[in-house]
Design a protein around this ligand. Sequence first.
Ligand SMILES: [Zn+2]
Length: 285
Amino acid sequence: MSSRLKLPLLWALLLFAPMTPAASGSPHIIEFRSDLWPGATVREAPLRTVHFYTTGAEALKDDCLKQSSNEVAAFYGNAAGGLKFGARCGTLFVLVHDTLHPTMSDAARRFIGVHETFHIAAQIWGGPAPSVLIYGVRPKVSPRADKFFADLANALNSRAGKGDLQVDVDIAREYQSLSPDDRATVDYFSALEWPAEYYAFKAMASERPDWNMKSYLAVREEIGNEPSYRAAVAAGLELDGRLGSGTWEERVFKGDSMFTLLARLGSVNLDKVDLIQVTDYPLSF
Ligand SMILES: [Zn+2]
């Protein structure tokens, strides 16, 4: 099946993203920071730069996007909203419908941009990416899976990397008690979304001296306060605390999800993530 046919699915992913004051000074230009995620690469260096727009008026001021003005206008004119990834003039683009969160703060807007930058630069244009990014269907999070994510975030936040082995075992056992569908939901988020979310958390911290967990939770509340995303930051901080920052991130590009790394701390070995090297993904523009 042509991957082009799958593009609308990707838009529907609606990965909530990050923000980073651009080195250039433009709030719309975000550099992918491979130093923040060891093992993450992008295929071509110029494509580390992501232009991020939340309104059609902003997007159509971009000289590259002007050339695709009909496509850009159609995207922003579509009431369904969503997200669109593209590439043009050697630059990656992320378009996000501002209508989803019209009153969101600059910090929340930036967070979304940075989060999406990880998806497009590190996973799609770098990779390998979890195959669910290209071929999967975003799962609907059941109440049981939602509770699992919330329990996980609470358990990890309460011990903050101190390595309570009983908590490790409890987390792994709770996961194993889930239905196959709920386990698949956890797998999906921990492989695809958690790295983008934790990357965005770290990127924001690198840009903003006052950025902390409270800032993150405020931004997450604005965007959508799903435990499935919040658990990502708790998991990332836990892995940093237990394994050391810079020691585990590249394994995410070798088939471990952040959750499988956590579960292994509880002596539970889970299956590797199905990865795919994206080589011809049609980034439309
Ligand atoms: Zn996302």
